[in-house]
Ligand binder design. Sequence first.
Ligand code: GLA
Length: 511
Amino acid sequence: MSIPVGQWLQMLKTDGADSTGESPISQYFQNGYDLPADRTRVFERYQKLTETHVARFNSAEVNIARAPGRVNLIGEHTDYNGLPVFPMAVDRDIAAVFSPRKDRKVVIANTDPGFTERSFEIHESIPPYSTGDWGNYCKAAVQGLLDFYRRKHRDADRFHGFESTFNGDIPSAAGLSSSSALVVLSALIFLASNGLDMHTTPSGRLELADLLARAEHYVGTQGGGMDQAISLMGRSGHAVKIDFFPLRTRSAPLPKEYSVVVANSMVKAAKTAEALDKYNRRPIECRLAAAVLKKTFSDTYRREVPIFLLGDLKEEKLAVPDSEIWKIAGTTFHEDPYTLGEIATILGQTAEKTAQLYCKRRDGSIFPEPEDGFKLQQRYRHVIEEGRRVEQAVQALESGDILHFGELMNQSHSSCRDLYEISCLELDRLVEISREAGAVGARLTGAGFGGCAVSLVEDKRVETFIHQVINTYYRDYLKRKDREYGSMIFPCRAADRAAVLGEIKLRRDRI
Ligand code: GLA
């Protein structure tokens, strides 16, 4: 499975060509990349990465794997509520050169000096580094897979470790899912290093995405499954509608004459404990809202109505007619924020019990009651309406109604700003400027609290669009004086899913 270093370097220097014409690199990158224009961005990067890895680890044979980031077109904070999302995998990735080790040690290095080398032993319970440490994303994947295989009676001491060097070109803390790409990539490296093949079939990849979504909670976020699923299921030229519980995907071709342009607000969506709390407050509010709905429905129908997530509000799940569902749910919440005490009274339990059941962080501590209260009505409305917008957006795209798609993106941004409160002044301004510059739709993308805006722009207007956003947002509004803005605003292509490149040739898979 590993390939001699010289052979990789040869393929990378010649745009992926090798003497057999079956180079894994040319096979993989023929879709979704503008070659040879992307040569520097992809092949030179991988070449340098290989050289750095060999200089550090002195390996003769290595493998290369990569996992793409993503941009979410619509469907924000719906995934952990069991409602769909509509992202695409992008032509930016985290790549790794790696080799298996004979012992149980994992050693990870990074070409970015900001991420210092980490190493740990594979055993049943791997303690995390401090919050925000990059090594936790690798540990999360390894721990998740160990737990999975333990359930299949395979003990931790039967696994090998690996040594790996990483390099990414997904802007970090920007809402483009560089963290989940790192989790997915670490999982692929672990599987490939141990001769496991879960990731080589579509059903195996779905299972892997599902377990990695839960595994990523190791780092302290209570996210859903969008990011891992799109990195493992992305398809070049397509956006992918993802449904949850059970996880399933359906790809839809992107319109040929439009581009997806990503612009970084330059407000960092950080990974500090405080930032995790800001994110986690939303899943907690949604769980509380679902609990209140369950109580209301159960009282109304005098039976236990199975509502655990906001996405459970469906006729077929509740055995309640749709019209009734929306009549009851629509009048359940008042507009004013709730105190924990009020929610506990509704649920007929103590405030302590309510906090224990719904407001826990991963480390077992209790999430403090927000000063401005739990905004159940606003969060409920965003999630339900956003879920509907995703369904409509997929239909609009499939029927070629791009203007309607753009309108839904705009509505999604307003809801993220006003009801879910995950935007910020800079993102609002960037979205506004993007629309003025000609986007048919623009919105924040990803978790929010900073990060990027995504715009849908007609191909023929892309150049003037980018020019105008640079002038109005980066120069006038942020007062930046950079010479180069290519890393802040760029069109994205929908790219293929994560892969271990050295395995493509062996199995002659498409990927
Ligand atoms: C983060 C999470 C995802 C999703 C988005 C918001 O990226 O990892 O699961 O909740 O935020 O849509």
